[in-house]
Design a protein around this ligand. Sequence first.
Ligand SMILES: [Zn+2]
Length: 312
Amino acid sequence: MSAPHIIGIDIGGTKCAACLARGGQIVRREDFPTADEPGPDAVLRRLAATAEGLLSRHRVPRERVIGVGVSCGGPLDPEEGLILSPPNLPGWDGVPARRILEQALSLPVRIENDANATAVAEWRLGAGRGFRSLAFLTVGTGIGAGLILDGKLYRGKAGLAGEVGHSTILPDGPLCRCGKRGCLEALASGSSIGRRAQAAAKEHPDSILAGRELTGRDVVEAARAGDALAREALLESARYLGIGIANLLQILDLERVILGTIAVHAGEEYLDAVRTSVREHCWPSICDGVEVVPCGLGDSAQDYAAISLWLE
Ligand SMILES: [Zn+2]
């Protein structure tokens, strides 16, 4: 008997992808730019057609497929299968994604926000294997988290558990895109690293960073090349991220913290600064032995996120 198959669908602001997995391994993946299609209906229909194409090309009969997992930026309603106006998908307001995909593919569909789905993927297949309570934090344009507590994905009453990016770190700190001040996201996200380095470079016009718009990734690259300003901007962010993680540990007493996106590329000095800050701001009885590690699935985490929703 061959292992069961799963279809994974990733809906992103830039790209959408469908993949076919067998026994937890991705067999084949295809993507297209989200902007190629005029709206949510057309995107979902194309994703269903792409999945259909993968099944027929790999000669997988429908009864061999246990289900379709969908990972998409939040907010969304996993119970009702609705996508609710994610900031990176303008025009996707109350889209019944599960119903549309179930009708198109005649298969059961599970849908989860991308931070939660990636937390499940890391727990099942990546750096969280064998643990019962962990947090996965994505540190990119924003900061989001997925929480596995006592061996189960924790969603909270409205599916908003894990919005640690908007916990307050500095009450008089910089304005966050959510409207509050001093949120963790405004101090430690990739975008905030770019802004911090840009502000510092204004006072050092001879810096290689001066006079241009900077993303978190630009700063990571400059820091890797030995630029002192970039390094300092990155390390300051790491200290704030450590405070956010310490607060999370202090409340949830987790076994492990897994970091994605920028943390995967920023290098050991950044990770060490995060770890030092965690120890400074958390009780030893809570943080001793708790490792803060980069995600185990690396840049493929997104692909595994969707299929992991069916890996029970
Ligand atoms: Zn905020």
